[in-house]
Write a protein that binds this ligand. Structure first.
Ligand code: FEO
Length: 170
């Protein structure tokens, strides 16, 4: 049995990760409408990754014999007007997710739940990558996004992203 607070936070994280998937799907739809299929692809893959994160949290609870309760997933409510908007919202969102992972980690640490801490280590590392990716996309957009050739080149780069299953195996 896991600590009740740790279970509650992980259960909530299932919902937060599903929301992340939903948010990035919204970004993907936005870019597709702008004719930027590469950016749309990048966020479609990102949405798949977020779904995987949700499933990993869900399965971790199941493996520990805990009940999972699914709640409604909130509607993505970011108002996107410029090509930069999703990138900035994405970076802010990943910083928020990092804070959530840290909160779960702190709860596990408090009750000496080393198993959950070990499980969460993967997400701590993953968040470093998530924030870096989001920050890199902003920087590249600032550097190249105002020029049509630069934007085309970025879009072509993001079109190359392919989905791979998470490296964490439960
Ligand atoms: Fe599930 Fe983007 O962190």
């Amino acid at each position: 049995m896991l600590d009740a607070k740790v279970v509650k936070l992980i259960n909530e994280q299932v919902n937060k990760e599903l929301y992340s998937a939903y948010l990035y799907l919204d970004f993907s739809i936005f870019y597709e409408q702008q004719g930027l299929d590469g950016f749309a692809n990048w966020y479609m893959v990102q949405a798949q990754e977020e779904r995987d994160h949700a499933l990993l949290f869900l399965q971790y609870l199941q493996q520990n014999g805990e009940k999972v309760t699914l709640e409604a997933v909130a509607k993505p409510d970011k108002e996107m007007k410029t090509l930069m908007d999703p990138l900035q919202f994405g970076f802010e969102h990943e910083q928020y997710v990092t804070s959530l992972i840290n909160d779960i980690y702190a709860a596990a640490y408090e009750v000496k739940d080393f198993r959950s801490m070990q499980f969460l280590d993967w997400f701590v590392k993953e968040q470093l990558e998530e924030e870096k990716n989001a920050d890199d996309m902003i920087k590249k957009m600032e550097l190249f996004g105002n020029d049509s050739k630069g934007l085309y080149s970025l879009d072509s780069e993001y079109a190359q992203r392919v989905y791979t299953a998470p490296s964490l195996v439960l």
